[in-house]
Design a binder for this molecule. Structure first.
Ligand SMILES: *Cc1c(COP(=O)(O)O)cnc(C)c1O
Length: 391
């Protein structure tokens, strides 16, 4: 077993580098090696050295799992092949006849797996605008067993009060699950706000370099850990050793990356707000944004996802065709700035009337603000806005 160095007294930036399993106990290597092995020789029948088979456990994956558990302040962590595998494993803790409540702007893949996979097995769900926790409380029925929320939620950066959601969930005996992908434990730690389970698409900020797909889950208690460990081993959607290594490596620089992401997103959001060609900016770091106060209470930053709507007379498609530095792509959270068009990309599966009703208009543009120099990102966005003017 790699050594553990759990020192919660250290600042978070330090723990990103030194929490979890650190040095390799065998060689002293300062990075946990990539244990690229499927199996482990046993010393005798029934006598293994703590490792049996890499679906069940692998030292590189275990180091990552310890690290994310420490960072989220949980009892145990679990690494999966991607965010959807993590979410699927956590939802597998529920049973036929149970109902889970999800927010209006839930991640599309979460909606799809509930709507088109778990529905085969009798798990039901209800969609609620959780930006007002009273809606959540009103929606709880006799079969509701869990809430699965995100804050901020994509693409309008809708903020949900995580403390309130967990309080209401527990009052009704529900499991409180939070998808913390957009914030990471550097900015927001849902378990400290009362949640039972945190899930991540580590593909995004935790990996941080758009070079790995990975998922993580962290649970608050031993009881949940035992159940999720069973599901992880039984269903098998685990993360491989090389990708586990890449994630550990990514997490070491999370602090410096997020500081720069936050700075850049603030610069871009404020500049867009000042721009006459922009009708509306959605960024939880702007004081007049509806969720600003709640976000400030539960997170130490507003993240680096910024959405905006161009004013009349400007065409979103022309904008998207005109950026040069900022690449048109799905995904988010990498060092490079990306732009996407939610109406035709991430949220295309939602009917147009429904999209317009919730604010995902054809003119809406979503930026994942990277860590390039802010003035270069801004210059690219401003020239693309100028090019988007209809003549
Ligand atoms: C990307 C994403 C997921 C899914 O993660 P994958 O790694 O793509 O499977 C889940 N939740 C949120 C909020 C995401 O952004």
């Amino acid at each position: 077993m790699p050594q553990q160095s759990q020192q919660p007294t250290q600042s978070f930036a330090t723990r990103l580098i030194h929490a979890g399993a650190t040095t390799d106990p065998v060689t002293g290597a300062v990075n946990i090696p990539i244990y690229q092995t499927s199996t482990y020789q046993q010393d005798g029948v029934g006598k293994n050295r703590g490792w049996e088979y890499s679906r069940t456990g692998n030292p590189t994956r275990a180091a990552l799992e310890r690290l994310i558990a420490d960072l989220e302040g949980g009892y145990a962590g679990f690494a999966f092949a991607n965010g959807m595998a993590a979410i699927t494993a956590v939802l597998s803790l529920l049973s036929a006849g149970d109902e889970v409540i999800i927010p209006t702007n839930v991640y599309g893949g979460t909606y799809r797996v509930l709507n088109q996979v778990f529905d085969h097995f009798g798990l039901t769900f209800r969609v609620v605008d959780t930006s007002d926790p009273a809606n959540l409380e009103a929606a709880i029925g006799p079969n509701t067993r869990a809430t699965l929320v995100e804050s901020p939620a994509n693409p309008l950066m809708t903020i949900t009060d995580l403390r309130e959601v967990s309080r209401i969930a527990h009052e009704h005996g529900l499991l409180s699950i939070v998808d913390n992908t957009f914030m990471t434990p550097y900015l927001q730690r849902p378990l400290e706000l009362g949640a039972d389970v945190v899930v991540h698409s580590a593909t995004k900020y935790l990996g941080g370099h758009s070079d790995v797909v990975a998922g993580l889950a962290v649970v608050a208690t031993k009881e949940l850990a035992d159940r999720l460990a069973f599901v992880q081993n039984a269903t098998g959607g685990v993360l491989g050793p090389f990708d586990s290594f890449l994630l550990i490596r990514g997490i070491k620089t999370l602090g410096v990356r997020m500081d720069r992401h936050l700075h850049n997103a603030g610069v871009i959001a404020r500049a867009l707000e000042e721009n006459d060609a922009v009708a509306r900016v959605y960024y939880p770091g702007l004081p007049d944004f509806p969720g600003y106060e709640v976000n400030r209470r539960q997170a130490s930053g507003a993240g680096a996802m910024v959405s905006f709507e161009l004013a009349d007379g400007y065409d979103a498609h022309r904008f998207l065709a005109s950026t040069r530095l900022v690449a048109l792509a799905e995904s988010l959270g990498g060092v490079e700035s990306l732009v996407c068009h939610p109406a035709t990309m991430t949220h295309a599966a939602i009917p147009k009337e429904e999209r317009d009703r919730v604010g995902i208009t054809d003119g809406l543009i979503r930026l994942s603000v990277g860590i390039e120099d802010a003035s270069d990102i801004l210059a690219d966005i401003e020239q693309a806005i100028a090019a988007a003017r209809e003549d």
